[in-house]
Design a protein around this ligand. Structure first.
Ligand code: OGA
Ligand code: MN
Length: 223
């Protein structure tokens, strides 16, 4: 892998704004937004380098929701995840960028997004995540889902697409190739989606912008 000095790459604020505006427009119009090769290059390379510098044991079998039942889960999803908490420089850069997007979406769409949680996900060859929604009406406070892909040189034959469905009718809306730097955002409650098995290791970051679910009975921590 070639060495990229991320210090030397400025993140272009103008193009970031254009990207955020486009994501906001698409979310308002159709509820989803897809941008191939769009993550700022410095951030993308920093995340990619960090991902491959982490030891394998940082990744743990993924659960579903907050109640992990791994026995059941392996029929639904097979990936391994590592939550991003800002311990690394790349993680902080990512959380900072997501925070800027959150602020932009709040200003443009008045979504009242309150926090962001995200993890790296590793799908080994053959791994999948069956059709699911990231949030169910009235049961979750995830509002916007955000996925980015960290797979250089992904070919069509590598498969592993993200398939987004229109609604419960299972009508396919779009198939996303998990190519390097591709960004996907969608309204978490509105779109069932699945990850198809790939022929090679597949890496993504999945994240969720949430509204505050605290009430007088219960304090809702960011995660
Ligand atoms: C998820 C998810 C999609 C992907 O983690 O909830 O749907 O393409 N990920 O990795
Ligand atoms: Mn999902």
């Amino acid at each position: 892998m070639s060495v990229v000095l991320t210090e030397d790459m400025a993140i272009d604020p103008v193009s970031d704004t254009a990207l955020f505006e486009s994501i906001a427009n698409h979310l308002a119009d159709t509820g989803y937004s897809i941008h191939p090769n769009a993550l700022p290059a410095g951030l993308l390379h920093s995340l990619h380098e960090h991902l491959h510098s982490m030891p394998e044991y940082y990744f743990k079998r993924a659960g579903i929701g907050r109640d992990d039942n791994l026995m059941l889960n392996q029929f639904v999803r097979k990936d391994e995840v590592c939550w991003i908490n800002g311990d690394s420089r790349a993680g902080r850069e990512w959380l900072d960028w997501a925070g800027q997007l959150q602020q932009y979406l709040n200003r443009r769409l008045f979504l009242g997004l309150f926090s962001f949680e995200s993890h790296f996900a590793h799908y080994s060859p053959g791994d999948f995540y069956k059709t699911h929604k990231d949030a169910f009406k009235g049961q979750s406070n995830r509002v916007v889902s955000l996925v980015v892909y960290l797979n250089p040189d992904w070919n069509k034959e590598d498969q592993g697409e993200l398939v987004i469905y229109q609604d419960e009718s299972n009508e396919e809306l779009i198939r996303v190739t998990p190519g390097f730097g591709t960004i996907v955002a969608f309204l978490s409650e509105d779109f069932p989606h699945e990850v198809l098995p790939a022929n090679r290791d597949r890496y993504s970051i999945a994240g969720w912008f949430r509204v505050n679910g605290s009430d007088t009975q219960r304090v809702d921590p960011p995660r």
